[in-house]
Write a protein that binds this ligand. Structure first.
Ligand code: FEO
Length: 172
């Protein structure tokens, strides 16, 4: 059974994952309108993955005797100056998400809720992967600079690139 404090913290995380999904959906749409079809495909997938992160939390809360709350979402940013701006925004967003996950993990230890602590380790691992990927993409974009040929190849490479770690793709 979840304590009220843990239930509230997990519901906070439900909202954060939903906001992530919404933010990446807005970025995907922006990229699609710019003709960056590979980047758009990558971001649409990323948005779907964030929804799965949210669902995983919803199901865990309900299974543990809590009540998952589906809240309203703020409209995400819709204007980006360029593709580097997209990935910098994504990276900054993910570092904030990591901080929030760390707070939930910390609370689990304080409340001695080792089951939820164990559950949250999946999110801890996920954040390491996502931050590393975002950093790599920003580095590549910095190398490319204003080279249109480089940008074309970057976008093409993103078409088939997954933003999910291997275990998530298997539906873990
Ligand atoms: Fe839900 Fe971007 O990690």
């Amino acid at each position: 059974m979840l304590s009220k404090k843990i239930e509230a913290a997990l519901n906070g995380q439900v909202a954060i994952e939903a906001m992530s999904s919404q933010a990446y959906l807005a970025m995907a749409s922006w990229a699609e309108n710019q003709g960056l079809s590979g980047t758009a495909a990558f971001l649409y997938r990323h948005s779907d993955e964030e929804r799965l992160h949210m669902l995983k939390l919803v199901k865990f809360i309900n299974e543990r005797g809590g009540r998952a709350v589906i809240s309203a979402l703020k409209q995400p940013g819709t204007n980006y100056s360029n593709i580097t701006d997209i990935f910098k925004t994504l990276f900054e967003h993910e570092t904030k998400v990591t901080n929030e996950i760390n707070k939930v993990v910390d609370l689990c230890l304080k409340e001695k809720d080792y089951t939820t602590h164990n559950f949250m380790q999946w999110y801890v691992g996920e954040q390491i992967e996502e931050e590393a990927l975002a950093r790599t993409l920003i580095d590549k974009l910095n190398l490319i600079g204003n080279d249109k040929g480089g940008l074309y190849l970057f976008d093409r490479d993103l078409e088939g690139m997954s933003s999910a770690p291997a275990d998530q793709k298997k539906g873990a």
